[in-house]
Design a protein around this ligand. Structure first.
Ligand SMILES: NC(=O)c1ccc[n+]([C@@H]2O[C@H](COP(=O)([O-])OP(=O)(O)OC[C@H]3O[C@@H](n4cnc5c(N)ncnc54)[C@H](OP(=O)(O)O)[C@@H]3O)[C@@H](O)[C@H]2O)c1
Length: 300
């Protein structure tokens, strides 16, 4: 049995992709409605099927747990999850950005905690519909000592889904690479309310990207994730923005649907890291504050 904490787009993608009856969603504390969850799942090739997933019950002892909550919900949600899990059950964190993974790994340092980063894309246009919008790759790697020996078994277990899963020893390095791209695309597209490619020619982007990349490179060099070259970081950001030119970033999508964004774990994480290292991050701070204001409706 694989427990999935967070029955949103990503959690449902895994539930639909793993063998039927092998997964169960973790209920919230005090949840009374335990009727199975039914939803339509649209595959990448456009075919649709109905999926049914039960809720975990007290008699279940999951062999694996996937955590697919948003970064800001994860630490609290995990408190409840750990009551259900044997101490040896591997826990795989799927959050974007950085900060929440380290917080979980510190809080449960004795448990096998792994992190994943994925380029799979899933969305939920209506509550009972999930669209697998783009096939990608998922890398999984250990965050705590006891996770090391579980890595290959976890990858094998999840590979049954048919999704492409790979082991990655330096998962924090891979999360950092994704963080750079997210920090350079997400806030601009959310503030400008535009698809990824359209930000590249705007004043907001052009007047801040150089300083933003310098701030990120300074941080990466300070925490041993270098050597990082601001020019190269900018090239990487722009290559992804061009190759996903018509896509809507998750942050823009969250703002448009009135949901909490993950800015505190993307540019906000970089601001906190800068504060702890004495490195100035005024552009990251400005972007974080503006997106926070946008999603709290203060700019309306
Ligand atoms: N979707 C993608 O394509 C994709 C791709 C790469 C990475 N990711 C990352 O994966 C994570 C999840 O993304 P998502 O798109 O699946 O978000 P989402 O659709 O908002 O799903 C998160 C789910 O977690 C649930 N939740 C929140 N707190 C909970 C708690 N305490 N106990 C149980 N469930 C709880 C939410 O319930 P409510 O709806 O009731 O609040 C929601 O169903 C994010 O960090 C995201 O950046 C997503």
């Amino acid at each position: 049995m694989i427990a999935i904490l967070g029955a949103g787009a990503m959690g449902r993608l895994w539930a639909a992709s793993l063998p039927a009856h092998e997964t169960a969603f973790v209920p919230r504390p005090g949840q009374t409605n335990t009727a199975p969850v039914h939803f339509h799942f649209q595959e990448v090739d456009g075919q649709s099927r109905q999926v049914t997933v039960s809720w975990l019950n007290a008699a279940d002892t999951p062999a694996l747990a996937l955590v697919t909550t948003k970064a800001g919900d994860t630490l609290d949600a995990m408190e409840h999850l750990t009551n259900w899990l044997p101490a040896s059950t591997p826990i795989v964190l799927f959050q974007n950005g950085l900060g929440s993974q380290q917080a979980v790994a510190e809080r449960w340092a004795d448990r096998p905690v792994l992190a994943a980063t994925t380029t799979e894309g899933a969305n939920r246009p209506t509550p009972d519909q999930v669209v697998h919008a783009g096939a990608g790759e998922t890398w999984i790697g250990p965050l705590t000592d006891s996770a090391d020996q579980k890595l290959y078994a976890v990858v094998a277990r999840l590979s049954v889904s048919g999704l492409s899963i790979r082991p990655e020893q330096d998962i924090l390095g891979r999360l950092w690479k994704k963080l750079v791209i997210n920090a350079g695309i997400n806030p601009f597209t959310a503030l400008l309310d535009c698809p990824n490619g359209d930000m590249l020619s705007t004043d907001l982007y052009l007047s801040h990207i150089e300083s933003l990349c310098t701030e990120i490179a300074n941080l990466m060099n300070a925490v041993g994730r270098g050597p990082a070259d601001p020019e190269k970081l900018r090239e990487n950001i722009e290559a992804v923005a061009r190759s996903t030119a018509r896509n809507t970033s998750s942050m823009r999508s969250d703002v448009l649907s009135g949901k909490q964004t993950e800015i505190d774990y993307i540019n906000g994480y970089l601001v906190r890291l800068g504060q702890s290292r004495g490195i100035a991050t005024p552009v990251n701070q400005m972007l974080t504050e503006q997106v926070q204001q946008l999603s709290s409706g203060e700019q309306e």
